[in-house]
Design a protein around this ligand. Sequence first.
Ligand code: SF4
Length: 412
Amino acid sequence: MAQKAFWVETLGCPKNAVDSDKLTGTLVADGLVPAAAPNEADLIVVNTCAFIEEARQESIDTILALSDNRRDGARLVATGCMAERYGAELAEALPEIDRVAGFGVPVVLGPRRGAAAPAMDLLNLPRPRSGVPWAYVKVAEGCDRACGFCAIPSFRGKQRSRDEASILEEVEALDVREIVLVAQDLASYGRDVGRAGAIVPLVRAVGERVDRVRLLYLYPSDLTDGLIEVICESGVPYFDLSLQHVSRPLIRRMRRWGDGARFLARIDDIRRREPAATFRSNFIVGYPGETEADHDELLRFVEDAQLDWCGFFAYSQEDGTYAAGLDGEVDRGLVKERLGELTELQDRITAQRRIALIGSEVDVLVDGAGVGRSHREAPEIDGIVTIPESLAVGSFATVTVTGAMGPDLEAA
Ligand code: SF4
């Protein structure tokens, strides 16, 4: 009998990509083989994202499109954040779905066996080898914070950190040149098991095993001197700071730590210590109660901070969050205007910072033919460096930047 084939479609963030990799690992371990295309699969899994309304719509559209084109008899399973949060609604609204599987529920090809599937932890499942010279590694699941806008803790649960040995084992098995560590609240790695600050030795240990280690999503209050030091020493002085806003009263309404002045001081400190440090951040625009003055403060901050990369997102009200009960809704048109202003400003800053690199030498990891990344570019999120196609994929090369086009660089 021919082996059954599967297709996994991933939506959303890098953390979801890690879950999909692990899911692929279990399906392969179950004897299935990857299909060449979705319409050749016997099992189609859509790993959904529920982050904001737009992401939920994209998940639904994807499910419908894949369902329309599936081969006769193929089963369609929805998993991931949306399946976890809106499982019952999803199953009811989309009869195309054969099965909705929340986190840790095994995705199987056969009919559903009993109502209560055994829970398992996606964190410790095997993963296939990565096809590119870098890989995400998730070090913890869940989050102990209570940010006003965020529903993640309510459905991903409290933080559960993996033990260092299993992370290092996974890093070694992946056998890649760059590891990108991810978690909902990365800098808090280990706190749930009484090992606050464990991220520092972890970064050091991963750095001993691969050429590059990069960290995504750092809550600003946890950016300790020790962590800054180990990030700078790692050779990838890349700081992805989850700031969300800079106006102190608004940040408090978000139930988060910090303010613009503190953030700027920290960024300056890091730049003094490591002039090549690169910064990325995300901001929410239109959180309930955001005033014109708050917005102006954010614009000033963006201008002053000169971050390399920035994402701006319209506030999206999430069921069951603290913010859902707040007054001060911001008009949608106004949110759009504010987003436009911020994006325009940041695009200009990003482009200028890229132009400033022309003439300098950068060390790139060759991700694919003609495509590389220096420490300044995180995979799949930031720009890229266009390099000569002759450079071997998976190798490192020192190249000279000859041009810049928006977020991307050209180098020879
Ligand atoms: S925004 Fe991040 S840190 Fe805040 S509750 Fe959500 S996952 Fe946790």
